[in-house]
Design a protein around this ligand. Sequence first.
Ligand code: HEC
Length: 303
Amino acid sequence: MLSKFGIQFKYTLVFVITLILIITGLLIGVYHLKQRQLRNEAMAVAEQVVAFRAWVAGAGVVWVDHLAPEFRDFLGKRTGVDANAKVLEFYSKNPALATRELSELANKTTTRATFRVTSDEYRNPANAPDSFETASIELFKNDKDRKYSDALENGVYRYSQPIFVQQSCLKCHGDPKDAPPEVIEKYSDKKAFGYKVGDVRGIISVKLPDVTVTDVLLTLLNPFTLGLIALAFLLNFFYVQRAIIARLKRLAKSTERIANGELDLPLEFRSDSRDEVDYVTRAVDLLRNSVVVAMKRLQKNLS
Ligand code: HEC
């Protein structure tokens, strides 16, 4: 069936198939790279959160001298007087609360990554985990060596990493008896107590927009990539045209003329060449010489 077509057509077909295979291979590579990039980006976000929490936890809680209008929540409150007998009020923010406010602020302005902290034993209903987060917490509880868990969900890349209980957390997450009264007052002595050092207390959960195959394909649609593909195509097309097809056609014509009696027709080829067309031409030349010799013998015999 393919014999109906010339080499140029068949070669073009092979070229296009090769191109498709190469591009598919590249896309698979890019997909893996993308997955790694997203994970690295999410890890970088989570590391910032870990650092921020450590900063707050290092001081137990942070005290602020007034509440910002959009962040009215606080854990404890203290009053005092300054040197001029003016009454001062201070509000404390524990690590989780400070992180929640940081995440609300960051998630409002960010263009890519959003994050939050959540737990299976959440004290604040606003921190309740969704299904990906619940599954991640389970994974981390069952495998303490697991560093992260990730997934793709409707065009969103989801990432989470565990938060482990440290000594400094036990004050508010260990025995309720040790807890500051404001914690019990605000959240009761039931929720999120009884932890030991090393337990999974919760997760940092990061969301990033996924990079789709369409995004990747669109990045291939730039003048440089398309130009280089076109150049590769032309290079192949003209090479096959000039180095093979045109020479084969010439050889075929010459061979036909020799067959029609032009026995002294010169054939062009380099005898030391490793090029197959030269090789075939030389073989035709040998054949022609054999015919000449045979004819001479025949003429001799006849005369
Ligand atoms: C001063 C008391 C205090 C300390 C110390 C403390 N926490 Fe908390 N933690 C809380 C309170 C109160 C909440 C509920 C916060 C909120 O309103 O979002 C909470 C919530 C959390 C949550 C989030 C989910 C939720 O809503 O319950 C995680 C995770 C968490 N803490 C982990 C830790 C870890 C890890 C440490 C130690 C590094 C720690 N906490 C130290 C008081 C504390």
